[in-house]
Every structure is written in C-alpha cells, then in structure tokens.
Design a protein around this ligand. Sequence first.
Ligand code: 2AM
Ligand code: CA
Ligand code: CA
Ligand code: CA
Length: 284
Amino acid sequence: REPYVVTSKGHTAAAINAAAKAGEWIKSRQGQVKELGSKTSAQDLVTEVDKGVEQMIRRLILTHYPDHAILGEEGVLPGADALTAALDEAREHDYLWIVDPIDGTTNFVHGFPFYCVSIALVVKGELTVGVIYDPTRDEMFVAEKGKGAYMHGIPTKVSAETLPGNSLIAMGFPPDRVVAQPANMAGLQQILPQVRGIRAGGSAALHLAYVAAGRVDGYWEVGLSPWDCAAGVLLVLESGGKVTDTQGDPYDISTRHVVASNGRIHDYLVTSLQAADATGFKKQ
Ligand code: 2AM
Ligand code: CA
Ligand code: CA
Ligand code: CA
C-alpha cells in the first residue's frame, strides 16, 4: 500500500501527519485507559487520551500555522449554547481547523475497535481538507476540495445502489436523550424494515468515510457536532455523494442533523425521516 503522503502538500500534509501521529498514540493506549470521566451523563465519556490527543493535534497544526484557529471537541463546553458561541467565534477566522481527537470514545473505552481521528480545514467558510484516520485498520481517508478523495492513493467512490431494499445504511445514537434519541429511534423504526440492514457503529466520522468508500450506501444521524462531520462530509462529496441536513437543505458546519448518501438513495432517506417525524427539527 502506498504511504500516506504521496502528492499532498501544505495543509493536507499537515492534516495527514497530525492524524497519523494521533492515531498511533490512541492505538498505543487502547485497553489502558484510566481516569474515565463523563461530561454530561454516564453515556457521554471523555478520557485523558481524548484531551491529550487534542492538545497534540493543536500543537502540530499551530507549529506550521500559528495564526490559524482550531475548534476541537475537548476545547468546547458541553451544550448547544457553548457550541453556538464557539462556532460564531470560529467563523471569524479565514483558516479554521475542526478537530475530533477520538470519534468513537465509547468504543475506544470498551475496546470495540471502531473509532478514528477526524481533522478538517475550513478556508473562508469552505470545507477544503478532510482527513479521517482509523488506526485499528490503518486506513487514512483524505479529501481535498475539487481534487477528489483517496484512501492510500486509491480514489474512494460512493456506491451505485439505487434501491433502498438493497441498501446497507449506517446511523447512530449520540448520548442526548431529549431530542436525538427519540428522533433516531423514530428514524430507525421507519427505515429498518425497508432496507437490507442497519449498522450503528458508534463513530459518525467513520460512518461518513464508509459512505465515501461505498461500504455503506447511506447514513443519517440526528444530534451531531461539527467535529463529528466536517471531514467526513468533504470525503462523501469528493467521492461523488451527497450530504444535507435531515430536511434536505445543504450541509454547513452548524448542521447538527445529517444525511449522507451515494446520492441515489438520498431522497428516500430524507423523505423517510420526514414521514416518521424523525428529522430532529421541530415541526413547522
Ligand atoms: P465522540 O465519540 O467523539 O463523542 C455516536 O453515534 C456519535 O455521537 C459519535 O460520533 C460520538 O462522538 C458522538 N457523540 C458523543 N457524545 C456526543 C455529544 N454529547 N453530543 C453530540 N455527539 C456526541
Ligand atoms: Ca465526546
Ligand atoms: Ca465525535
Ligand atoms: Ca470525540
């Protein structure tokens, strides 16, 4: 397999390098987590590895680009208001990195090998670089705006499936039990009987990378944050897929309720979530 850095330079190389180093560290700490903490509930976990890895990624990026801004999960207090404030501040910067040091912390803690590092770069409001690294499988997914998406030098491409009945769909359950859980349950109830199968792996970013790579045909999840999605969204778009919110409106970094697909089954997913009142948005 080709090495991570082939043709990429500058920002993309910095993102790949940071994700590779972070992933190596995370893998080395698998099964050795101590000082388990929770943020908002027993479902919302954080470890010293999440915090340490985010610091490391920050340092690596700022060494190259000291005037860039970084929005990282562990640097923002829990809750919608803190996120809105952080996004408002972040948007004022021309170069904004959006970082999830470990997407799939619950999996990491339990030793379920499905988690990743997610790093995106937004330049003047436009998603420009997206890198997702799965250290367990040593898979580095890289997308550059207008230049396509690759895994280890091989272009990634969404699936060609057109029939919901033949589709494998990913989704997920963030810990919020007030809005997200009822919506995701309602969506599951609607969609599960109509598709080939559902997978809820516990890493939004890795599920988006799997849409990009054609390993699943579509994905949705209500209740996400920008660091869960930003890199994966560019991967899906640059692999020929489509990403919107659950109402079918275009994705932007403040979108919390996400649908991603090969494009062909996109309307099916959006329509189904609307029919089940499972979009996470209040009814008009
Ligand atoms: P995390 O592991 O980085 O926290 C699981 O379906 C998805 O929900 C994961 O991508 C997980 O990311 C995310 N998630 C976990 N806690 C969350 C929270 N408090 N708010 C929103 N998303 C969260
Ligand atoms: Ca988290
Ligand atoms: Ca996450
Ligand atoms: Ca995380």
